[in-house]
Structure formats: structure tokens, C-alpha cells
Design a protein around this ligand. Structure first.
Ligand code: UD1
Length: 419
């Protein structure tokens, strides 16, 4: 098992350029399947989930090459419509190949996706929506056979919850479907906007992204393009929270404040000073942290569930009592017992955590239970007194391009090791 050994420091200082967004890159890479010809994606983060996407595309007959942060994908000649279980299990986003495969080939066989264990994470909304578009599903022994006997067609789809993945899956399927698809109660996350921009750059007809009604008019063919992936707002939130925990000053480059608004507002309420100018965000934390009003995770533009473990770590050191309510994923509180090992005072009941801030956290042996919990523990450990051994950091590698290098560049003391 890989781990980080982290020695706490009492301030961070410097600047970090924020990587390209994982959650934008994954659906865009799946979208490359719809395009015959060579697509060039810039600012593509080098992460294990991106490598998993490349494996899936290669298995379907696509050709992929990641050089630096430029991913080139050519899905001109596809040779297979079956994604084996071992590839589907690599990540949650493998579910997006449902929409992309039926969009391009009209059929596929695959199984249920894997990914971080944040709770049940069903894909019922994806399946219901695609069924309305003419996809027939036959499931046997965990393998789902997807066909479109009457062709893929547009449909009016009302999502009972603004699911990010279901919205993306429908957008991918609808780009080449016959007729118009309208998604009501669609997710409004910035990553949805990035997917729409990418598909539009390839010739798709999409309007309304970023609002709760997205319209897609199917076209007969998409063409290759060059596209720059947006920066990662959750990675940006991670560094802001690390600076809030340790204190000091940090300038983030290649990020915008708009998509980070709820995180920035909460950190300011906790006593940080944050300023933004065009694509930069600056944070300074000189005073002790103080408790904030209730933080509730909500679909965008509410407080992002991915940043909840990070803010929980920050509030564990904020004087007073703070309350965090997790409304999206029931298992996002799995870091709380690990923070408690580090001296935090957190009571967790179902979807609610009550945090009584302590002046200091202490180094301990802790485990990452998923990607963002791992990042939050790393951020907490950077500011803790003494040495923390953080295990299961393979989770962190799914979403961060060498987190330890970025944090070390601003004064943290982290070593990657086998533990
Ligand atoms: C995406 C993000 C993830 C983020 C989440 C919410 C990626 C790769 N992942 O995940 O980082 O935390 O959005 O912002 O982009 N649900 C159902 N049935 C479905 C689909 C979803 O019940 O068919 C439920 C989920 O269990 C969850 C909620 O809806 O409780 C939100 O899920 P969703 O928005 O779909 O998240 P993901 O796309 O999986």
C-alpha cells in the first residue's frame, strides 16, 4: 500500500497552478468516442482515472496518447462494443460509456461501474433516461446488453434529481440521436458546461447548459477539434483549505472564483481573507479559524459535496461549534473517524456532523476511504503537530496530479512511501 508521511508545518506560502479538471476531462474523453478523427485535449490531468478512460477507449478500438498534459484520441475505427467488467470497475465514470457507445455504435455490452464507495451510487436515472431515447437493456449475470432496435431518438427527459452523470450520459447519447432531446432538471455543474462546449466545438447542437433545461438537437456526424479542459475547482478548493488549515499565504493560478463561491464564502466566514483577480485566487489566513453557520452540500451552485470533507477538516480546527449536513452522498463522512484519531472533536449522526473546533490536530496513522477524504486528511496532516502516516493514497492519485509535489512546493513536508 502506498502512503504519505506528512510532518506538520505552521504555515504555507507560495503559488500553485491548478491542474485540469478530472470531472470535466472524464466525460469529454468519453465524448471522443462520438468523433471519427483525431481530437486533441489540452490541460488533461495525468491521473489514474484518465488512464482508465484511455484503457476503455483502447479496448473499443480507439487510439489514445497522453504526452504531458495533451491527450490525443482517435476513434475513427472502432472494433469492439464490449467493455469488460475489469475496466468498468475501475471508476464510476465508466457509466458514461453507455451514452457514448449507444450514441456512436447503437449498441454495447458492459457492466455496472466501480469508483469511490460513497454510498449506493445507482445508475437508475441514467438507464431510465436512455430507455426513453430508444435504448433497450437486457441484464444477465451482471452484464448489461444495450441495443437500439428502432434507432436512438431524442426524448423529453425529466430527471428526478439533477444527477451530474445522468445529465452527461444523456448529452453524449443525444448529440448523434435523431431529433431533439430536452433534459429538464439537468445538473448545472461547470463540468456540464465544459462538456457542452467540447461537444459544440465538434459540431453538436446544444443550448441551455448551466441552466436546469438543456436542449440537444442531434446531428448526423461530429468532427474532431482541439479543446482545452477547464481547471479543477475541487483541486483549487483543496489547496485553499490546506492554506486555511496551516495558515500563511497562497496564490492559485488557473482558477476562477465564481465556481468556488460557496467554498470561498465559507472560508472567509471562518476567518480567511480571499481575493480573486481574473484567473487567480489569493488566500491569506493569519487569524485563528472560527466556527461557521451550517454548511449544507447541494447540487451546483450549492456547496459541493466533493469539498465537504475538506471544509470539515478546516472546521475541526475552527473555534466554536459548526454543523455540516451532507445531502448528496451518505458515505462522505468516512473521514470523520480518521480526523477524530488526529484529535478532532466530531459527532456524526447519519447525514449530520457536529464539529467542535480544537486548537490543534496531532499526527496519527490514518486511512483515506476515498479520493476527497484522502485529500482532506492530507490537508489536515500538513497543519497537524507531529507526523501523520496516511494510507490508501491510491485514492488520491485518482484525482490529483502529484498532490505531494504541489503541497511541498508551498512549504509542506510530505514523502510518498510504501507503508
Ligand atoms: C459526479 C462527480 C462527483 C460529485 C457528484 C456530485 C464525476 C466523475 N463525479 O458524480 O465527484 O461528487 O457528481 O456533484 O463527475 N443518483 C441516483 N441515481 C442515479 C444517479 C445518481 O440515485 O442514476 C444519486 C447518487 O447516488 C447521489 C446523487 O444522485 O446521491 C448525485 O449523484 P450524481 O450527481 O449522479 O453524481 P456522479 O455523476 O456520480
Amino acid at each position: 500500500m502506498q502512503g504519505f508521511v506528512i510532518e506538520g508545518v505552521d504555515r504555507l506560502q507560495g503559488e500553485i497552478t491548478v491542474q485540469g479538471s478530472k470531472n470535466a476531462a472524464l466525460p469529454i474523453i468519453a465524448g471522443c468516442l462520438l468523433v471519427p478523427g483525431e481530437v486533441v485535449l489540452k490541460s488533461c490531468p495525468a491521473l489514474s482515472d484518465v488512464y482508465s478512460s484511455m484503457k476503455i477507449l483502447s479496448c473499443l478500438g480507439g487510439r489514445c496518447r497522453l504526452l504531458g498534459d495533451t491527450l490525443t484520441v482517435d476513434c475513427t475505427a472502432l472494433s469492439n462494443d464490449h467493455i469488460p467488467d475489469r475496466l468498468m470497475r475501475l471508476m464510476r465514470s465508466s457509466s458514461l460509456y453507455l451514452g457514448a457507445c449507444v450514441g456512436r455504435m447503437g449498441r454495447c455490452t458492459l457492466s455496472y461501474p466501480g469508483g469511490c464507495e460513497l454510498g449506493a451510487r445507482p445508475i437508475d436515472l441514467h438507464l431510465l433516461a436512455l430507455e426513453k431515447m430508444g435504448v433497450c437493456f437486457k441484464e444477465e449475470h451482471g452484464v448489461i446488453e444495450c441495443t437500439t432496435p428502432k434507432g436512438l431518438h431524442g426524448a423529453q427527459i425529466s430527471l428526478s434529481f439533477p444527477s451530474v452523470g445522468a445529465t452527461e450520459n444523456v448529452m453524449l447519447a443525444a448529440a448523434l440521436a435523431k431529433g431533439e432531446t430536452v433534459i429538464y432538471n439537468s445538473a448545472r455543474e461547470p463540468e456540464i458546461i465544459d462538456l457542452a462546449r467540447f461537444l459544440r466545438a465538434c459540431g453538436a447542437k446544444i443550448t441551455g447548459e448551466g441552466t436546469s433545461i438543456v436542449r440537444i438537437s442531434g446531428v448526423s456526424r461530429l468532427s474532431p477539434c482541439e479543446y482545452e479542459i477547464m481547471s479543477d475547482r475541487i483541486v483549487a478548493a483543496t489547496y485553499l483549505c490546506a492554506a486555511a488549515l496551516a495558515g500563511g499565504e497562497l496564490m492559485l493560478k488557473n482558477t476562477g472564483a465564481n465556481e468556488l463561491r460557496p467554498v470561498i464564502d465559507t472560508l472567509c466566514e471562518a476567518g480567511c481573507d480571499i481575493y480573486s483577480f481574473s484567473d487567480r485566487v489569493y488566500i491569506s489566513r493569519k487569524r485563528p479559524l472560527k466556527a461557521v453557520g451550517t454548511v449544507r452540500t447541494m447540487p451546483y451552485p450549492g456547496f459541493p459535496t466533493d469539498a465537504q470533507p475538506l471544509i470539515t477538516a478546516v472546521l475541526s480546527r475552527a473555534k466554536g461549534v459548526s454543523v455540516v449536513v451532507e445531502n448528496i452522498f451518505e458515505n462522505r463522512f468516512r473521514l470523520n473517524p480518521e480526523l477524530v484519531r488526529m484529535g478532532a472533536n466530531i459527532k456524526t449522526e447519519g447525514r449530520i456532523a457536529v464539529i467542535e473546533g480544537t486548537a490543534a490536530l496531532y499526527g496519527a496513522r490514518v486511512m483515506a476511504s476515498d479520493l476527497r477524504a484522502g485529500a482532506a486528511l492530507a490537508a489536515a496532516a500538513v497543519s497537524a503537530q507531529g507526523i501523520t502516516e496516511l494510507g490508501n493514497i491510491e485514492y488520491i492519485d485518482r484525482g490529483y496530479e502529484r498532490l505531494e509535489a504541489s503541497l511541498t512546493s508551498i512549504g509542506a513536508k510530505i514523502k510518498r512511501t510504501s507503508i
